[in-house]
Design a binder for this molecule. Structure first.
Ligand SMILES: N[C@@H](CCC(=O)N[C@@H](CS)C(=O)NCC(=O)O)C(=O)O
Length: 218
């Protein structure tokens, strides 16, 4: 078995990246510089024609989409608790994971890359402003979950949900949302980042957890 993860620092690929380290899996991390457009290089498009991270290469097979990658890793490393093992706990975790991936994450894409949705620059500003508000509301939903944690989002063990929550909260800083105004999620993200396996990923990706910049007085 040989595993390779194509990731970009600070991107959603943090989720499988953290899970691979938590699982103690032998893997090769390969950084893709999105700001330099490396995801659109022909060699990368041969791996993922959609030009996105993450990609997990297992042997000769390239696997895309966070939900599928996590399911693949969970099957290979069941002891790691990437998701709860079974029953309603697993179903509920999958439900939250799907929502993070198909709703919260794309809402941030509207904030960060409004040019993906229109080439009209005025309309991009409108999309961005609208999406920032929506994103604030969605982070509020994660905060409501984090308030009830016991101690992790899916229960006793850290899972992919905590890694996604950290990523989404961190991105909020780029949307002008101060993470400390969401204290339960902020505490969860700090606790998760402090796990030794996750700290290795934070260091490899050179992540600053709080990227929020308060507005300067005009
Ligand atoms: N639905 C995809 C989303 C992947 C995605 O949005 N990746 C972003 C980084 S967070 C990306 O590679 N963006 C580069 C681009 O679109 O040019 C998944 O679950 O893997």
């Amino acid at each position: 078995m040989s595993l390779k993860l194509f990731y970009a620092p600070g991107a959603c690929s943090f989720v499988p990246h953290a899970m691979l380290e938590l699982a103690g899996a032998p893997f090769e991390p390969v950084a893709v510089k999105l700001h330099k457009g490396e995801q659109r290089a022909p060699e990368y498009l041969a791996l993922n024609p959609r030009g996105q991270v993450p990609v997990l290469v297992d042997g000769g097979e390239a696997i895309t989409q966070i939900v599928a990658i996590l399911q693949h890793l969970d099957a290979q490393f069941p002891q790691a608790g990437i998701l709860p093992a079974a029953g309603l706990a697993r179903t509920r975790a999958l439900s939250t994971l799907a929502w993070m991936n198909n709703t919260v994450h794309p809402t941030f894409t509207h904030v960060f890359m409004p040019q993906k949705f229109t080439d009209d620059e005025g309309a991009q500003q409108v999309i961005r402003a609208f999406a920032v508000n929506s994103y604030r509301g969605l982070l509020g939903e994660i905060e409501a979950m984090a308030v009830q944690v016991t101690p992790w989002l899916a229960g006793e063990q850290p899972t992919a949900l905590d890694a996604y929550a950290l990523t989404l909260l961190r991105w909020g800083g780029y949307a002008g949302i101060d993470p400390t105004t969401l204290p339960a999620t902020w505490a969860l993200a700090q606790r998760f980042a402090a796990l030794p396996a996750v700290a290795r990923v934070v260091e490899r990706e050179r992540l600053q957890l709080n990227v929020y910049q308060p507005p300067t007085a005009a």
